[in-house]
Structures are given as structure tokens and as C-alpha cells.
Design a binder for this molecule. Sequence first.
Ligand code: UDP
Length: 347
Amino acid sequence: MKILVTGGTGYIGSHTVVDLLDNGFEVVTIDNFSNCHGEQVLERIEKITGTKVKNYQVDLTDLDKTRVVFAENPDIVGIIHFAAHIYVNDSVLHPTKYYTNNLNSLVNILDCMAEYDVKNLIFSSSCSVYGNCDALPVLESTPLGKAESPYARTKQMGEEIIEDYTVSNKSANAILLRYFNPAGAHASSIIGEAPLVKNTHLVPVIAETAIGERDHMMVHGTDYDTRDGSCVRDYIHVMDIANAHTKAIQYLLSDKKQGGAEVFNIGIGDGVSVLEAINAFEKHTGIKLNYKLGPKRDGDAAAIYADNTKAKTTLGWTPKRGIDEIMADAWAWEQVLHATDSLKPLS
Ligand code: UDP
């Protein structure tokens, strides 16, 4: 069964493509390589799986070019839509870039689903849709708070657009996966997070500091109302997130769910503070990190972690790896990145 993965050579996308292929799915991807070394990622996916994936290097905001992919692949049974701009802080600086790209690409995908009669959609949403929550862990039923950033708002709006779409398109079947904080890499260290821009996510920043790519790192905020004053997040291994997509697509294809849009939290179910994450890395590697305590970063929520019961019980998904494996795989991947000039960020 053929699945279209948009953003399939990005970080979560590439790991999901591997998990889908490992589970017997056929995959075609759309990725414009705007934030990844796409050709290399495709080669690396082939190295792991033995399968050469066909990618369309198409910008999803171009409806005509997106249509061509659907016309050439009439056997697509489901879509996993990852492609989006993803950096919270960047979105605060460049909000229209986020609205233009993240919303137009989604609308074009939905229009193509209707035109080419594709029923099943999995949408990459984010725990950032919850905003700053008082009650933790968050459940899927927790009311959404004010979005703390334009990025988060594009995810809130994306969810609403899909809900509206499934009201008017009765046969459409959608799953909205609210990811918490993806981190780590494939155990082979053949793929991992390798964006074209300098990474700002915590785990790669830790690894880059340890390997000497950065002289030091900052802890963004130390006076949050959390157990040690630093922000608390739910770090979930990227291969566990990847497998959630496989489980979700199997669920959509099993006819257990008939129409509408259903939300699932995809997190480990536990909160880890920035300082605890640093400690976990130092403990695993024996490397002392040069970090400084700094001011808060715009757009950050204080604390958020998931109640993942619904994904476990309904999708039969179980995250298998904790913060120690995340740090081990992230560190192994960082060493590959460091040694491979062609995978370095361009800016
Ligand atoms: N963070 C930090 N220093 C860094 C990068 C991130 O203290 O160099 C903090 C950030 O403020 C947030 C947490 O780590 O509280 C996770 O940030 P990340 O960018 O990885 O993910 P986000 O939750 O923003 O999507």
C-alpha cells in the first residue's frame, strides 16, 4: 500500500519513511529540500532499508506541481503531511513566512485529497497547540491555550482546517498527531537530524556543544515556575514518533475509524527539564558541558508533557526509549555529522 509522505527527507519524515518501509508499506515522498540535504537522506534511507524511494522535489504551496504527484500516483492510500517550517523562535521573527508556507501547503494537500479521492491523512501537529497549561500532563481533551508563537498558531489553525475539511468531506479520515519534543536518531547513525540551518533544538545543541561545534550553550530561562526553574518538555525518541505514524496509518486503513479528525498525543508521558537533560547527557558521555544560565527565549511555554494513554490504547503504540537512549543516539549521530562535511548546516 502506497503512502505519500510530505517532508519525507526531513528529520521526523525520514525516520518515518524507514519505519513505514520496515513495516511493508510502499512510500513516495514530496520534499523541496528547503531544510535538509535531501538527496543524501534518500541515499541513506536506501542504505538502511534497501529501498530507493521516489521523491518529488516540489514546493507544496504550488498547487499545479502538487497535483502532478497525485496524478502520477493514483494508488496512494494515505498521506502523512510533515512538510512545514518548524522553528518557534524563527516564527516569532518571521510570522508571515510560517503562515504562507504551513497553511497554503496544507490547503493544497486537502484540495488534492478531494480531487484525487485520497481518504486518509495524518497531520503533524504539535504540543505547542496547548499553549501554557496549568494542568499537567496534558490530555487530548485539555482545552487549547493561547498559542505562544506563530508556529504554534499555524498548528492550531492546521488542525481546525482539517476538522472543517472532514465535516464537508464525509469520507475523509484524519489523525492529528500532537508531537512533544522529538530527539535522538536512528540506531544505525545513518540518519538523524541534519537541517540546513543552524539547529536550535535542545538535544542537538547539547551534542554540538559537547563536540566543540559551539563554544558554549545557553539555558534559556531559569526562573520558570518549574522544579529547577528551567523549562520542562517531554522528549520522545524520533523512532518512537516514527512508529506512531505507522500505527496511525494502520489504524486508518483498518476501518476502525470512520471519518472525522481524531487527535493523539505522541510523547513519552514524562517531563524533563533543560538542566535535567544536560545532566542526562553528561552522565551518559562523561563530558562536562559548557553551559551558561541565560534569559527566557521568546515563544517558550514553561512546562508541557503528555498523557499518552489514548495513543497507547487506541493505536496500540508504545514508546520504547527514554531520555538515556535519546542522548546515546543523539551523541552517536553528532559524531557522524561532525565527521561528514556534506551534512553540515549551510548557515
Ligand atoms: N533550550 C535551551 N537552550 C537551547 C535550546 C533550547 O535552554 O540552546 C530550551 C528551550 O528554551 C525549551 C527547551 O529547551 O525550553 C526545548 O526547546 P526546543 O527548541 O528543543 O523545542 P521546543 O519545545 O521549543 O519546540
